[in-house]
Design a protein. Structure first.
Length: 275
């Protein structure tokens, strides 16, 4: 346990000392907010009003995508945090940990907790934009979503750890992860509805863990019950699997299972890579 805490603390210290990383990680989310929130909000809201009439209510597109932007931050931060594993290998710090009494399972778990904590902190920092965007999420919903953000960050960090254990260079890691991250973002419902996808693409959507993460965050942060059934259906807020609508509890169980599975796989891969 002491080894896990030591690795977790080290990653947190590195995060707070690296100011360029601290502020630079917000570039992509803010860019997406400006492009999609500023550029498409009027179009989306007009389309909703034109298609649904009074059923559209006071639909706010920025309020719809903001949880997705936070999930995007969690995804990018959690996965890219695993790059520290490659850096540690290149600078020899990993060898020091491997010859220490700390087990390799503890190293993987410590790295996972560090990535999950860092990604959650960055997601929470994005909450500071809420009043400037004119959004009105309740304090209760924001407090409720934070533990889930940590869980989602832990699950996604497992993906990063798996690739970091197999790839030897940071350049190769960045290339592979970029190819992986963008489809996970665009096929998650973070920025637009995903309820009318072709069959083959719908399968990819349902296998994407970010899909369930985004859906849970939207259901927690947005007052979904206040929206009409037509709006919920149109904006993809009624996520279904095999024709049955999934509950928040089921989605959380899926994310938890995904986290356990990928951390276990990453740990096995980590053991083999450093045997």
């Amino acid at each position: 346990m002491e080894g896990i805490i030591a690795i977790w603390q080290r990653d947190l210290k590195k995060f707070f000392r690296d100011r360029a990383r601290l502020f630079g990680s917000f570039t992509m989310p803010i860019l997406f907010l400006l492009i999609f929130g500023g550029g498409l909000s009027g179009t989306m809201e007009t389309m909703m009003t034109g298609n649904l009439g009074e059923d559209s209510g006071d639909f706010n597109y920025v309020e719809f995508i903001f949880p997705g932007i936070v999930a995007m931050t969690l995804l990018m931060t959690a996965i890219f945090s695993a790059m520290s594993v490659i850096e540690d290998k290149n600078f020899g710090y990993m060898k020091e940990m491997l010859v220490s009494p700390i087990s390799r399972v503890s190293i993987a778990i410590g790295k996972m907790l560090g990535a999950a904590t860092v990604s959650t902190i960055q997601g929470v920092i994005l909450f500071l934009l809420i009043p400037f965007l004119g959004l009105s999420y309740s304090i209760t919903s924001l407090l409720l979503v934070i533990p889930f953000m940590f869980l989602l960050g832990a699950a996604l960090s497992g993906v990063g750890l798996l690739f970091a254990s197999m790839i030897k260079s940071t350049q190769g890691f960045q290339l592979i992860v970029q190819i992986l991250v963008m489809p996970m973002i665009f096929l998650s419902g973070a920025l637009f509805p995903i309820n009318n996808m072709p069959f083959w693409l719908d399968i990819v959507v349902k296998l994407n863990p970010v899909t369930y993460g985004v859906d849970v965050m939207k259901k927690i942060m947005i007052d979904v019950d206040s929206l009409s059934a037509t709006v919920r259906e149109t904006m993809g807020l009624n996520l279904t699997v095999f024709g049955r609508q999934v509950s928040v509890f089921e989605e959380i169980v899926f994310i938890l299972g995904f986290a356990v599975l990928f951390v276990a796989i990453a740990t096995v891969s980590f053991k083999r890579a450093h045997a």
